[in-house]
Design a binder for this molecule. Structure first.
Ligand code: PLP
Length: 284
């Protein structure tokens, strides 16, 4: 695989990042994952805008412009013959001469930029037909989940807790209400109404979430943005998740309780279909 590191396209085995890089030492970095369908980028603008916001919130500079980022994404797709999968992008506050809590001066220490591709079956993912199971866990992350940082230890632990319990993923709960999945936004459907937590610093503002809610409204579906409990979710007609690489994926079990009829719901599957259709059409 050819990856991008600070201006160069290199074979992954030759890619180098300093041991002093603050992404490595302090999780001082932000990231994005953009999906690729038919060799084209899905909602690149949405991901680029969120990246700029994450950088601004952390007072971090980007080493390249958005236009340059688009070119790098496209070049990696080309060099790796990627037809379907994702492109991971990471910007960190670079590698100062020593480890220090204070941020380095960006004029002296440039940010690091790394991108790589991951080939994956997205549109025909088996989980879309079987549905996934989730467990609930406490949300122990920091309070700025709206910033897409590389601090992913707790979500990784959540995934492992789910695996241990024989489930696929974990929904995190704070003050009795679901925030989101370890790497996705969470939804339920009740009486035809789609319910998902409102935007705030408590959750990541999913790019897929924004597109799916817009498409739902365009299809005359009712949407309510509010928190919900695990008990309410277990009693719902349907549940599902969204993210750049899962699109819309039905949830059929929550903490061992079957949701609805225990199979992918009608609304989740419809949203998945219209989301994938639109994404194919609009991808660049
Ligand atoms: N919530 C969290 C915590 C995530 O990590 C992600 C994606 O990685 C999402 C939600 C979904 O965001 P998006 O639709 O932009 O992929």
């Amino acid at each position: 695989r050819t990856v991008y590191v600070n201006g160069d396209y290199v074979p992954e085995a030759e890619a180098k990042i300093s041991v002093f890089d603050r992404g490595f030492l302090m999780a001082d970095g932000v990231y994005e994952v953009t999906s690729v369908l038919d060799g084209k980028l899905v909602d690149f603008d949405g991901h680029a805008k969120r990246l700029e916001r994450s950088l601004t919130e952390l007072d971090m500079a980007s080493p390249v412009t958005i236009d340059e980022l688009l070119e790098i994404h496209r070049e990696l797709v080309r060099l790796n013959d990627l037809t379907e999968g994702g492109i991971y992008l990471q910007i960190t506050r670079g590698a100062p001469v020593d480890r220090d809590f204070a941020f380095p001066d960006p004029a002296e220490v440039p940010s690091s930029l790394v991108l790589f591709t991951q080939s994956k079956n997205l549109a025909n993912a088996p989980a879309a037909t079987t549905g996934i199971s989730v467990i609930s866990i406490d949300d122990l992350r920091w309070a700025r989940r709206d910033i897409k940082t590389v601090q992913l230890l707790y979500p990784s632990m959540g995934k492992m807790m789910a695996k241990k319990a024989g489930a696929d993923d974990a929904w995190m709960v704070e003050d009795g209400v679901v925030t989101e999945g370890t790497s996705n936004n969470a939804y339920i459907v009740k009486g035809g109404k789609i319910i998902t937590r409102q935007l705030s610093n408590d959750i990541l503002h999913g790019i897929t979430r924004a597109a799916v809610l817009r498409l739902a409204k365009e299809a005359q579906m009712e949407v309510e943005e509010r928190g919900f409990t695990i008990a309410e979710a277990q009693e719902a007609d349907e549940a599902f998740i969204t993210s750049a690489t899962t699109f819309v994926q039905p949830v059929v079990k929550i903490d061992g309780e079957t949701v609805g009829e225990g199979k992918p719901g009608r609304i989740a599957l419809r949203l998945r279909e219209i989301y994938i259709d639109e994404s194919r059409k609009k991808a660049i």
